[in-house]
Write a protein that binds this ligand. Structure first.
Ligand code: MN
Length: 479
């Protein structure tokens, strides 16, 4: 995986965007020159790293500026090239992207931790201006994680923990599951090597044992879909090592993981998805409570699919994921999928989607406004946005993303600040609850306003979102 050559990169770029081959070649030559005499801990020439980062971006069909920035991403930080030179030699966009992923220089009276927080904030908030900054950083981190073996074990753990705490959630939020899954497994490998090895072996044996069952199921499915005249492609997989690890941590035994084995069925049209669902339930009875329609109710990171888990012979169960080819492409790359859909306009469409459709964006903006100190900002981001989340439903069935511990007060402010300011009553799953009630995943919540009500002082003690806390303070200050 690590022996990608410049020729590999060029043939990949040529295949989807031949117009950029010239510029990518120039960026490669520029970066090679700038990093000349620098070596990675593996002993390889440094340019191997930016080359691989660019290759990861090219696999997602990144635009030309992003490809150049991928090749040049370390030149401001590690060589004496300046952003002005990049702007002049390439263009201001490339320069801005490289500047966006460049860490601030060490300062004498700032602690390492503080500087780290400042840099983390820079990357995260950089996406408010251009989400490609985060995408380049994810590609950078992915290659660094793939080659982490050369670092000291202390350094490995430190980087792996940061990957899990910061970069995995970022990949999740922009919907880039392929990067997210690889980063998770790699992180576990260094954070808990024994567990990683144990689960890796376990996963292999599960794969071996279930091969027959899954291929039989796949064949049955194929026949049934053919009879119904639904063109399809079917794959099967065993849950990832990190996925199994996480379920274990939550106290679940292997046999109780409902999506340990899963069948992915890809079809052309949305309508075919629902017809396929019928076929799946003809093959095996659905497990109660394990059906989700993420097509009419997409996840907040735009993931769409029908999920249903069915019973199979000998007491086993298999999850099926039914989606269109398009939904599958989005699930792999998230926002990056716009590079395929909107060639020239992708950068604008991505940014618009981030701002208008991804719920975490608004929370991020609130937290950025509320916390001046970088350490506090990072702490708040980790606890409010990057920790485990719950998803609750509005009366209209819309999905709202909230941090664990969120209350009806947080929910009301998430809907609208007026709803929060005059919140009088909350009904959860049909019963009235106190306003400090802790919401759970999949709760259905309806809130009522009363214009004579104003934010109560006690709300501040249990509201957990920055938005709720800020808005109630603003209201009380004004009135
Ligand atoms: Mn790098």
């Amino acid at each position: 995986m690590n022996n990608i050559t410049f020729e590999d990169l060029i043939s990949l770029v040529k295949a989807y965007n031949p117009d950029e081959v010239q510029r990518v070649t120039e960026a490669y030559e520029f970066a090679s020159q700038a990093h000349k005499g620098q070596y990675r801990q593996s002993g390889e020439e440094y340019i191997i790293h930016p080359l691989n980062v660019c290759y990861i971006l090219a696999q997602m069909h990144a635009d030309g500026d992003t490809l150049c920035a991928g090749l040049l991403h370390d030149v401001i930080e590690d060589t004496n090239v300046t952003k002005e030179e990049l702007a002049a030699y390439f263009n201001p966009e490339v320069s801005k992207l490289v500047e966006g992923v460049t860490k601030l220089a060490k300062m004498t009276n700032v602690s390492k931790h503080k500087l780290n927080c400042t840099n983390t904030r820079k990357i995260i908030t950089g996406m408010m201006d251009d989400v490609r900054i985060v995408i380049i950083k994810l590609a950078d981190r992915l290659h660094n994680m793939r080659t982490l073996g050369y670092k000291s074990s202390e350094k490995q753990k430190e980087i792996a923990v940061e990957t899990l705490e910061v970069f995995v959630p970022l990949a999740y939020y922009i919907g880039a599951y392929r990067i997210k899954n690889e980063l998770e497994d790699l992180s576990l490998r260094y954070i808990n090597p024994e567990e990683y090895r144990r689960l890796g072996e376990l996963r292999l044996s599960i794969e071996e044992e279930s091969k027959e069952l899954l291929s039989e199921l796949l064949a049955k499915m194929k026949i049934l879909l053919e009879q119904k005249g639904i063109p399809n492609e079917i794959k099967y997989r065993v849950k990832s090592i990190f996925g199994i690890y996480k379920k274990n941590q939550q106290g679940k035994e292997i046999k109780d993981i409902h999506d340990l084995l899963s069948l992915k069925i890809l079809v052309n049209e949305v309508d075919d998805c629902y017809r396929t669902l019928g076929a799946v339930h003809q093959i095996g009875k659905p497990v109660v409570g394990k059906f989700s329609d993420y097509i009419s109710n997409p996840k907040t990171n735009m993931y769409q699919s029908l999920h249903t888990t069915i019973m199979v012979p000998e007491g086993g169960k298999v999850q099926t994921q039914i989606k269109t080819f398009e939904m599958d492409a989005i699930a792999q790359n998230g926002l990056c999928h716009y590079w395929d859909l909107n060639a020239g306009e992708a950068r604008i469409v991505m940014q618009k989607h981030l701002k208008e459709k991804l719920q975490f964006y608004r929370s991020l903006k609130q937290i950025d406004k509320a916390f001046v100190d970088d350490e506090e900002f990072v702490l708040q981001i980790k606890s409010e946005l990057f920790a485990d989340k719950i998803y609750v439903y509005t009366a209209e069935g819309e999905v709202i993303e909230m941090p664990v511990g969120a209350t009806p007060v947080d929910f009301a402010y998430q809907i609208h600040s007026d709803v929060g300011n005059h919140l009088a009553k909350a009904i959860v799953n049909g019963s009235e609850v106190p306003l400090d009630y802790e919401l759970s995943n999949r709760d259905r919540i309806i809130v009522f306003q009363d214009l004579s009500v104003r934010p109560q002082e006690e709300w501040e003690h249990f509201a957990v979102t920055t938005r709720a806390r800020r808005k109630m303070r603003e209201y009380n200050r004004r009135n």
